[in-house]
Design a protein around this ligand. Structure first.
Ligand code: SAM
Length: 221
């Protein structure tokens, strides 16, 4: 394995703000993230966070909100974890997990919002249940936020975006206040992305690809 990657994995093993399977406290904070953050501020997740630009960017903008980035790839999570330590962000944490296991880390109502940032489009029919904005994952997010919560979604991929809009017509999801654009950078909704660009987004923008964005609320049930 490359030396740089090994050093990152060593960091991940030792640092307090990153939770991964090898650690005793991997799932310890389920239902008590307030103890980890030592406050009861709202918690917002970034799923499939990669290098976690939203987790760290929003955490810097909103010190009274806690942000948790989740991804399966440790070398990417290292970026958010190390940047948080370097810049003194105490309102971030990172979890290495498959998102299928999200509910093993949070009790219902422990999470107030979720950002889905440039997920893999998983275009084949048989991959539909792996789409982080597909019905399977929307149902997971819905179960996590019975008292209500916000979801934000950004993608370059128009097919995935339109599929997501279709998913959101499912009445069982009980959503409201859906707004969306197929061209974020020429939209009145531009300020909603907080001027934060992810690694994948920067690549697509250089290629001249339009960025789709939506947000909605889960209603209390
Ligand atoms: C296309 S990348 C986008 C990364 C980042 N959000 C960005 O915009 O730069 C998708 C990320 O989702 C993660 N991912 C995809 N499916 C996942 C799953 N089921 N569980 C955990 N992570 C997943 C990948 O490891 C990858 O880092």
């Amino acid at each position: 394995m490359a030396r740089k990657k090994l050093m990152r994995f060593k960091w991940n093993d030792e640092v307090h703000n990153l939770f991964q399977p090898e650690k005793d406290n991997y799932k310890f904070y389920k239902g008590k993230w307030n103890e980890y953050f030592t406050n009861s501020n709202p918690i917002v997740l970034e799923v499939g966070c990669g290098r976690a630009e939203y987790t760290t960017g929003l955490a810097a903008l909103n010190p009274n909100i806690n942000y948790i980035g989740l991804d399966i790839k440790g070398a990417r999570l290292w970026k958010g974890s190390s940047l948080s330590i370097e810049t003194g962000l105490t309102n971030t944490a990172f979890i290495r997990t498959k998102l299928q296991n999200l509910e093993e880390f949070f009790e219902p109502n422990e999470v107030d919002g979720i950002w889905i940032t440039f997920p893999d489009p998983k275009p084949r029919e048989g991959e539909a249940k792996l789409r982080l904005s597909g019905l399977r994952f929307m149902n997971i997010y819905r179960r996590m936020m019975p008292k209500g919560g916000k979801v934000f979604f950004k993608t370059d991929n128009r097919i995935l975006f339109d599929h997501t809009l279709e998913v959101l017509t499912n009445p069982d999801l009980k959503i409201a206040n859906l707004i969306f654009t197929h061209d974020l950078y020429n939209s009145e909704m531009l300020s909603e992305h907080h001027d934060i660009q992810t690694t994948y987004e920067k690549t697509y923008l250089k290629q001249g690809v339009l960025i789709n964005y939506l947000r909605f609320d889960f209603l209390p049930i």
